[in-house]
Design a protein around this ligand. Structure first.
Ligand SMILES: *Cc1c(COP(=O)(O)O)cnc(C)c1O
Length: 463
């Protein structure tokens, strides 16, 4: 499989190169040159297989010959062996034909582990084979950073430096990033919001001298391998609910548009998805875009679902590429306009967008009420992000005969304040991290300043 840039001006890469480089040199994102197809019988044959085996079959066409079959199976076994549920991503029934897909049984209690544990193992396999080293720099609204640090800590060929917006992540998220003691992982608390962190990260990737000097690699949700890893659970859950013989709908709580884009990829590959619902919190640029095609930044308002406090949804660029018939020049132009505040979709692109997706937003008060209501009606204690999904799923519920799956993206204990406010119950951390608040923290505060950041990274990188 070849990978091409959404802006049409970067060299084609194979999977391994796309995984290790993250952002394309023209500023675009890598996407597969074509969407691999799974036929109805091939999808039907996934029924009853383990998560790892489904992962192998769904991802195989994307990775090409980067790993041998045996190697890839061993990577998958190591990646998902640290999940604390034998099903890895179990489904729970919460209504007559309504389900929760629990993606938070990995080591850091958020769905980011599903992709990051895999990426950690793939990076290690690939780098130890070539003898190369890289410096991974990531920007996080909280969950990506902790998942990356957990997945890469202690690995020989990789240094990891994570930028998070100072004061804007939960205590559990922060401690998951600042308490690991391995000397190849580092947390930097940057002044500003998540979009600022992400913008500085892009600046570093566009500084080719720096990029070369530290062998910069990215594992943010712009990394194609992350999106690819997330495609798997749309297949595994849909098949357990009767696909391909019946359609299934999904509601995905959305920030950087990675998870919902993975659902779109599953659909492109042939999975019979009926409706794909984008669920946003009060930072609802994507919901607004669905209404009238105006993609306008408004500034971020901090919410109780902080992992979705984003206005620049990086992976939306990958969808734009398809909406504009894969014309890189059109995407480059839109991204320039976004830099200046926003853009309007063409009529044709808006119609395609509306044909593929539905959307809804959820206010802070509605999120809190939904957490309480779900506990009352189902006994499930949801994190605020998952509650945004179940609320929007209810609002957007169509044909009751089609199963609706809402994605539960984090464990309630990762956001205990919001959950306690809603229910009076303070969720306990699972036993493996019960002492999180007793461990010493290690973090450096940095200004929202490119030169200062580059210096901090050079100091920490072992290249
Ligand atoms: C990252 C995250 C999201 C948003 O996912 P995207 O792929 O960025 O859209 C939602 N919920 C939680 C808990 C997250 O960590």
């Amino acid at each position: 499989m070849k990978y091409i840039s959404t802006r049409g001006q970067a060299p084609e890469l194979n999977f391994e190169q796309a995984m290790l480089s993250g952002l394309a040199v023209d500023g675009g994102l890598y996407v597969p040159a074509t969407w691999p197809q799974m036929s109805k019988p091939e999808i039907a044959a996934l029924a009853g297989l383990s998560y790892e085996e489904i992962a192998f079959l769904v991802m195989k066409p994307f990775i090409g010959d980067t790993f041998s079959d045996d190697e890839f199976r061993a990577i998958l076994k190591r990646a998902y062996g640290r999940f604390r549920h034998v099903a890895r991503v179990p489904l729970t029934q919460i209504g007559a034909n309504d389900f929760l897909l629990e993606l938070h049984h990995g080591p850091t209690l958020a769905f980011k582990d599903v992709a990051m544990q895999l990426i950690g193992q793939m990076f290690e396999a690939s780098l130890s084979c070539s003898g190369k080293r890289v410096t991974i720099v990531g920007a996080t609204s909280g969950d990506t950073g902790s998942a990356a640090i957990e997945a890469f800590k202690g690995l020989d060929s990789v240094d990891v430096i994570i930028l998070y917006p100072h004061g804007r992540v939960s205590d559990v998220q922060r401690r998951q990033m600042t308490t690991p003691s391995e000397n190849n992982v580092h947390a930097l608390a940057m002044d500003g919001d998540f979009d600022d962190c992400q913008a500085r990260l892009k600046d570093m990737f566009n500084d080719f001298e720096f990029r070369e000097a530290v062998q910069l690699a990215g594992v943010n949700s712009i990394n194609w391998a992350r999106v690819m890893a997330q495609v798997v659970y749309f297949f595994s859950s849909a098949v357990s609910l009767g696909a391909p013989h019946r359609k299934v709908s999904f509601t995905v709580p959305t920030g950087n548009f990675g998870d919902i884009f993975a659902a779109y990829v599953a659909k492109r590959m042939g999975l019979p998805i009926d409706r794909l619902v984008i669920a946003t919190n009060q930072n609802d640029i994507l919901h607004r875009t669905l209404q009238n095609g105006a993609h306008q930044k408004k500034g971020v308002t901090p919410s109780i679902s902080p992992s979705m406090d984003i206005q620049v949804s990086s992976n939306f660029e990958r969808l734009l590429f398809d909406l504009y018939d894969r014309q890189g020049s059109a995407v480059a132009q839109l991204m320039d306009e976004l830099g200046a505040g926003g853009f309007s979709l063409s009529q044709g692109a808006l119609e395609k967008l509306q044909a593929e997706f539905d959307s809804g937003n959820c206010s802070e008060a509605e999120t809190t009420a939904e957490i309480a209501e779900m506990l009352e009606n189902t006994g499930e204690l949801l994190c605020p992000h998952s509650a945004v999904a179940t609320k929007v799923a209810k609002d957007q519920r169509g044909d009751i005969a089609t199963p609706m799956v809402a994605l539960a993206t984090a464990h309630a204990a990762k956001f205990p304040d919001a959950v306690e406010t809603a229910t009076g119950i303070r969720p306990d951390l699972p036993p493996h991290m019960a002492d999180l608040f007793d461990r010493p923290e290690r973090v450096t505060r940095v200004a929202n300043d490119l030169d200062a950041l580059k210096a901090a990274i050079i100091e920490r990188s072992r290249i």
